[in-house]
Design a protein around this ligand. Structure first.
Ligand code: GH3
Ligand code: MG
Ligand code: MG
Length: 453
């Protein structure tokens, strides 16, 4: 039985191991406790040891009046065993001598139940202890800040899913999710706001995921998701839908009342086909996540896509100019340098295009009929899907105020017309930076990607 996201109450059956020298007493207690717990009968510490290994009980009730010190030794032994270190241990005793009881407590007992007692009383004590255990366990498997599962619990569930795969061969997918430019939230608004965003995002994910999915905080602003019975193609489609509804969910941090847009990137990997252990699966999902970051963030990649995706191999440049001569010239020169190129005659056309394609850089003429380059740049910056596109303004105007306005609108660089192509290419390369030059990957700078209003 597994814990599900969102509920504190584990659907797990708790078991009690009980020994008593009085057979009737045992039966009565067993009747009282059923069906909440399973009661096992045992007659000696040796039998207890055997059953403890087999049944892994949550609570242990031991006959104190076994001969000699065997039961004290057993109790002390249990307290050194990692499995029973925190388990409630009760002694059933006909002994009223306080010194004897002290020996029992010293050996690690939690409670003495002295005969004669009413079975209902013992039952109530057991139930209270089990309720406490449930609460403790629910806490231990959850992340304190976000309320979702802890990484430790996730890894246990992942191991179980791997075993399940080995028996049934059902595919499952692991997705690593990381908030984009999250450090900026902390830097600009403080850690309290950052914490709020983490908790808000976790709640959003929890609400929108299937109840069979296991969501955990992997660390910092990184989350991990186990999707049983799911192939990566389905996982990707789910993540795409999640991303859309996340971006349409208003996020207002409460300390400065700032409206924020924080995107996330995700990497998915499926168990089976090429990956056959939990460690490699996490590594693969992580690799896909970092490729999604490098390709501009705010997207989901799966590990199997990495060799096919054009946006990873060849960056796309969008040329926006009302002069068809300049469009054609740039298209030809950029294609010869190995870039993929899309062109648009004005801002409206360019915005429409960005709904279908994902350029990493745009060369934008500032003066165009219809929507001009300044307006286009502002619009690109407003939309989380396009906010990380680099913009180089092309301008025939050498006025300082034009340039200031362009930078204010969000352009990253500019070129005066007429321009030399080698210089333009050098500026493009500089903006696409080291990673692109080294590996064909694109890495935008951590600048004003956090949109605030
Ligand atoms: P990227 O898009 O590359 O992921 O950029 P990033 O800024 O999100 O990533 P980076 O690894 O540079 O920064 C992660 C930040 O997350 C830094 C750290 O201060 C913050 N962070 C980690 N854990 C917590 C937390 O529990 N609370 C808050 N408020 N911030 C956290
Ligand atoms: Mg991040
Ligand atoms: Mg991170």
């Amino acid at each position: 039985m597994y814990l599900k996201n969102g509920d504190i109450q584990p659907e797990q059956q708790y078991s009690v191991l009980m020994s008593s020298s009085d057979c009737e007493e045992l039966k009565m207690v067993a009747r009282e406790l059923a069906p909440l717990v399973m009661v096992h009968d045992l007659n000696s510490p040796e039998e207890a040891r055997e059953l403890l290994d087999k049944t892994r009980p949550d609570l242990i009730i031991l006959e104190f009046n076994w001969p000699g010190s065997a039961v004290l030794d057993l109790c002390a032994e249990l307290r050194l065993d990692e499995r029973y270190q925190w388990a409630p241990i009760f002694f059933l005793s006909s002994e009223a001598d306080p010194d004897k009881k002290l020996e029992g407590y010293a050996a690690g007992a939690d409670l003495f139940i002295t005969r004669p007692f009413h079975p209902k009383e013992l039952s109530a004590l057991v139930q209270a202890a089990i309720n406490r255990l449930k609460g403790l366990r629910a806490n231990a498997i959850r992340d304190h800040l976000t309320g979702i599962f802890s990484r430790k619990y996730f890894m246990e569930r992942l191991d179980e899913e791997v075993h399940h795969y080995q028996r049934k061969g059902k595919p499952f997918t692991v997705v690593m999710i990381d908030l984009d430019w999250f450090k900026l939230v902390n830097d600009q608004l403080g850690h309290m706001s950052g914490d709020y965003v983490l908790a808000f995002f976790s709640t959003f994910l929890r609400k929108h995921l299937r109840h069979t999915d296991v969501l955990a905080r992997y660390g910092g602003e990184e989350f991990v998701l186990l999707m049983p019975d799911t192939e990566t193609s389905t996982a990707r489609a789910i993540l795409e839908r999640l991303s859309e509804s996340w971006l349409s969910t208003p996020l207002v941090e409460p300390y400065y009342q700032k409206k924020l847009t924080v995107t996330f990137s995700a990497g998915a990997a499926e168990f089976g086909s090429n990956i056959f252990n939990a460690h490699d699966l996490i590594l693969a999902a992580d690799k896909a996540l970092y490729a999604a970051k490098d390709a501009g963030r705010n997207r989901t990649f799966s590990i199997d896509q990495l060799n096919e995706l054009p946006e990873i191999q060849t960056p796309m440049i969008l040329v926006v100019d009302d002069s068809s001569l300049i469009r054609h010239l740039l298209e030809k020169q950029l294609s010869e340098k190995g870039y993929r190129v899309a062109t648009a005659g004005d801002g409206h056309e360019a915005l429409e295009l960005t709904k279908e394609i994902q350029p990493c850089l745009a060369l934008v003429d500032l003066v165009m009929p219809g929507m001009d380059g300044l307006e286009l740049t502002r619009k690109l910056r407003e939309n989380p899907k396009t906010m990380s596109i680099k913009v180089i303004a092309l301008t025939a105007d050498h006025l300082e105020e034009t340039l200031l306005e362009a930078f204010h609108a969000g352009v990253d660089d500019y070129m005066n017309k007429p321009f030399s192509f080698p210089e333009l290419e050098a500026r493009i390369q500089r903006l696409l930076k080291k990673k692109f030059l080294e590996k064909g990957l694109i890495s935008p700078r951590p600048d004003d990607r956090l949109s605030q209003e």
